[in-house]
Design a binder for this molecule. Structure first.
Ligand code: PS7
Ligand code: MN
Ligand code: MN
Ligand code: MN
Ligand code: MN
Ligand code: MN
Length: 358
């Protein structure tokens, strides 16, 4: 195992790692365990997107200012000395933008092929975020399931694309993954959809909505009604349909991981996916998502870390265990009972084809 040596780093790079540790929910540790050749490019990729997302999430920036800021973010990331002192959804994220000039110094030292991938993904994500922020302001927002999936593509599918391009550039992943971009897309969609289902109440308090009208309108007349205790049964049925929609990505995530050739990259991609299937299990049939912020326990997170840093067989065992827990909780009175049962069956079957149990 390789360790960073801060005494051999520039002061700006040390600052970058400081903000990586401050801002990342679960990514900081796995990024720092990456192979040294991947470590800095991926840490900087993370910080650029974390900075961009801080602007997207800052609901105190009026849309007239937010939209152009998002669309110009790729210019800021190459402007010497650029910083931004906004409100930030929390203090750590705000601090990252206050010290963004130091991220810019390090970005300029990247190999051109790495910088170009990061820049390309940033441009596409930022414009997608701007489109959806503008639509939300005009009371349109996410209406159909294809729009929901398009938003998830902008904020997570594209991250997967950039990462897969970086992995292949370094020969850490099978180049065949580039010809199967739907597998990469599933990796991002599965993480983002899990985040959107879990954060529904937090986003509601921020006056943001990512659940598509096409789905929630089958259960309640108005979006706010989903959070009324009197409507809990309908709300849970609605969340089951959201879970069903997310579960369809699980088998492709496992297939993607079969294309990773290097242990530290495998750990980096597998840990968030295992956390996601465990989070889906926590969310499923759980009314608490409509009134509080729920998270898997520290103990479960520790176990998932251990299980996700070995090999695909162990990760498949994890997925099977959580899939069975989901299937067990499935309620025959739920309108999507049969489809959820089939989706769980499909995941188990896929694992069986990868690792037959004689
Ligand atoms: C470059 C490591 C591995 C093929 C900062 C990792 C928002 C779920 O929606 O703030 O604001 O509530 O909780 C990470 C695919 C992205 C997708 C994305 C960049 C996996 C900014 C993570 C992470 C692709 C855009 C959670 C997507 O943030 O969300 C690097 C392969 C950042 C990955 C956003 C969401 C991350 C997320 P929200 P959060
Ligand atoms: Mn965010
Ligand atoms: Mn966001
Ligand atoms: Mn500074
Ligand atoms: Mn969220
Ligand atoms: Mn949250």
């Amino acid at each position: 195992v390789h360790r960073r040596d801060p005494s051999k780093e520039s002061k700006e790079l040390t600052t970058c790692f400081h903000y990586l540790n401050m801002t990342s929910r679960s990514f900081a540790a796995v990024i720092q365990e990456l192979n040294p050749d991947m470590l800095v490019p991926i840490a900087l990729f993370y910080l650029v997107l974390r900075g961009l997302d801080t602007i997207e999430d800052d609901m105190t920036i009026p849309i007239e200012k937010k939209e152009p800021m998002l669309r110009d973010f790729d210019k800021y990331m190459k402007t010497d000395g650029w910083t931004f002192d906004g409100n930030g959804p929390n203090e750590k994220d705000r601090d990252l933008l206050v010290h963004f000039d130091e991220v810019i110094v390090e970005l300029k030292k990247l190999k051109k092929n790495y910088y170009d991938i990061i820049e390309d993904i940033t441009i596409k994500m930022a414009n997608g975020m701007a489109d959806y922020a503008l639509a939300a302001e005009n009371n349109k927002g996410v209406e159909t399931v294809p729009q929901y999936e398009e938003y998830c593509h902008y904020v997570a599918g594209l991250v997967g694309e950039g990462l897969t391009r970086l992995f292949v550039a370094g020969n850490w992943a099978n180049p065949a993954l580039l010809e199967r971009m739907e597998l990469t897309e599933s990796m991002g969609q599965f993480l983002q959809k899990t985040n959107i289902i879990r954060d529904v109440h937090e986003d509601f308090l921020d006056k943001r909505r990512f659940w598509p009208t096409e789905i929630w309108s089958k259960y309640v007349d108005k979006w706010e009604d989903l959070f009324e205790p009197a409507n809990r049964t309908k709300a849970l049925q609605c969340s089951s349909e959201m879970v069903l929609n997310a579960l369809k990505h699980a088998d492709e995530c496992l297939f993607y991981m079969a294309g990773i050739r290097e242990q530290s990259v495998f750990n980096f991609v597998a840990i968030p996916q295992s956390m996601a299937i465990a989070t889906i299990d926590l969310i499923f049939q759980n009314p608490a998502i409509f009134y509080s912020h729920i998270k898997i326990t520290k103990g479960d997170a520790c176990q998932l870390m251990i299980e996700s840093t070995q090999n695909l067989r162990v990760v498949c065992d994890t997925f099977r265990r959580y899939t069975r827990r989901i299937a067990k909780k499935n309620d025959p009175r739920d309108p999507h009972f049969l489809e959820i049962s089939a989706a769980c069956g499909k995941i188990e079957q896929f694992i069986e084809t990868l690792f037959p149990t004689q």
